[in-house]
Structures are given as C-alpha cells and as structure tokens.
Design a protein around this ligand. Structure first.
Ligand SMILES: Cc1cc2nc3c(=O)[nH]c(=O)nc-3n(C[C@H](O)[C@H](O)[C@H](O)COP(=O)(O)OP(=O)(O)OC[C@H]3O[C@@H](n4cnc5c(N)ncnc54)[C@H](O)[C@@H]3O)c2cc1C
Length: 244
C-alpha cells in the first residue's frame, strides 16, 4: 500500500503546567504526567515534539510572557487528555532536562510549547522498521501502534541495561530486538530484512546514528524521502538542535 509523509502545522500555544505524578518506568526512565489545560492540544504525528520550559515556580506572569530566558528541551508527547499530558524522560545525569526530571515532584511548575507542526503518515505502509534509543521510544511506540494488523513491524531499541527494556505493542506482526549500544543498533539495521512492498522507517538516537542508518536503510530497500532518520541528541553537546 502506498503512503506519504505530509507536513501539517499545529495550533498549539504555550501552556502553563504542573507535575501531577512521576512514575519510574525504570530508575533512569521516568513517566511524568503534567496537569494543565490540554483541551485543544493536538499531536497528529507519532514523532511530534514539544518544548518543555523549565520555569522556576516563583516566576510571575510578566516574566512568563517571554519564555526565551528559560532553558528548555524537546520531548515527544506520549499520551494526553483534556487536563493531562504524559512524557517519558531519560535521566542520563547531566543537563537541565535530565536534572528537572530527576527532581520532579507533584506541584512543580513548567511550560509546554508546541508541537508546532506534525509530519503525518498518510496511508498504510506494507512494513515498518523502527529503531532508536530510549529518547525515541515514545515515537517508536506511537508509530508501532499505527501499523495495520499483521504487517511486519521490526523494532530495534537500545537499552544499555536489560532492566531498561520496555513493553512495546502493535497490531502488526511485531519483532522487537533489544541491543546494548549504538554500534549494535547500527549492526542490526545493517542486517534488516529486505522486505517486499512499500516500507516506512524511523530511526532516532545519538546524532552519529544518522549517516550509517541512512546507508543501512538504502541497502534494505527503503526510500529515504519517505523515511525519518534523526539525531535526537549529540554526545558532548548540550541542547543539540536536530534539523526538523
Ligand atoms: C524530536 C525530538 C524528540 C525527543 N523526544 C524525547 C523524549 O520523548 N524523551 C527523552 O528523554 N528525550 C527526548 N529527546 C531528546 C532530548 O531532547 C535530549 O536528550 C536533550 O538533550 C535532553 O536535555 P538535557 O537537558 O537532559 O541534556 P543537555 O543539556 O541537552 O545535554 C547535556 C549533556 O548530556 C548529554 N545527553 C543529552 N541527552 C542524552 C541522553 N539521552 N543520553 C545520554 N546523554 C545525553 C549531551 O550529550 C550533553 O553532553 C528528543 C529529542 C528530539 C530532537
């Protein structure tokens, strides 16, 4: 079946939020529920990203109107309802995002901006290849949930520790491979099966994944124009801005 990636703007404005709950999916992967007004929140693309602004609780309305001075980082909406949005955040030990998540407690304030646009997958791919580290797991899970019943869904995810492996589900014929590092992820992509039909691939991890992943996808028969390959962070660089 033919599919395409269609860019759509989204109307999401900035929202003031507060931490509602923090659940440790693993000691270094936290599910953080944010309470706020999400009645008109939209996220149509599985790899949408929003910006979480780490705003101190004592900031007044005038300071809030200008968000730029506050540090912020990008995260993928996991799930949402009219009054709650959930994020899954990697605690890797350094940086305002990791530190904020590690110390998040109910009542802590923040701001959410976006997502400002989506890349929506229009149509149903014949097969899927979804790969990345735990920063990409929210997007991988959202993509996997979109697969048509019974189509092959090959997933490769880095969990440096076996305890970091997470449940992934899909209506498709799901095969999940857990690997321990980026080299093993790239090797697994290089060994990806060459499947018939129109396949979609999504790969996101540390920035050095981009070049070898693109080469592996081409070798496996994927069309790069209709695949997504991104660096979600860069080793040694704070607030890496991936090209969107
Ligand atoms: C489109 C998009 C969606 C994303 N979605 C998510 C998401 O849903 N959940 C999530 O956890 N992350 C997600 N990320 C990644 C997240 O934005 C980055 O990891 C970000 O750098 C974290 O900010 P920080 O303040 O913790 O670290 P920074 O201040 O940015 O970096 C400080 C140091 O930590 C290192 N570092 C940064 N991230 C990691 C990491 N994950 N593991 C190890 N070292 C790291 C950097 O190399 C740097 O040396 C997403 C990124 C993009 C581009």
């Amino acid at each position: 079946m033919v599919f395409s990636l269609v860019r759509t703007p989204l109307p999401n404005g900035p929202r003031r939020v507060a931490v509602r709950s923090v659940d440790a999916l693993t000691p270094t992967y936290l599910r953080i529920a944010l309470e706020g007004d999400f009645a008109d929140f939209e996220s149509r693309g599985a790899d949408d990203h929003l910006r979480l602004f780490f705003v101190p609780d004592d900031v007044d309305a005038a300071e809030l109107a200008e968000l730029r001075p506050f540090p912020s980082r990008e995260y993928t909406p996991v799930s949402w309802s009219a009054d709650e949005l959930t994020l899954d955040v990697v605690v890797h030990g350094e940086g305002p995002g990791s530190n904020w998540a590690a110390s998040a407690t109910p009542g802590n304030g923040a701001m959410v901006g976006g997502p400002r646009g989506s890349q929506v997958l229009d149509g149903r791919p014949d097969h899927w290849l979804l790969a990345g580290d735990r920063t990409a797991l929210p997007a991988i899970r959202r993509f996997a949930a979109q697969a048509a019943s019974g189509v092959p869904v090959d997933v490769v995810v880095i969990a440096e520790d076996p305890a970091d492996e997470q449940a992934i589900s899909s209506p498709g014929d799901l095969r999940v491979t857990w690997v321990r590092d980026l080299d093993a992820l790239i090797a697994a992509l290089g060994a990806a099966p060459h499947r018939d039909g129109d396949g979609f691939a999504f790969v996101a991890a540390e920035q050095s994944v981009v070049k070898p992943a693109r080469a592996a996808l081409v070798a496996a028969g994927f069309d790069l124009e209709r695949s997504i390959v991104k660096g979600y962070w860069k080793r040694g660089e704070a607030e890496y801005h991936a090209p969107h």
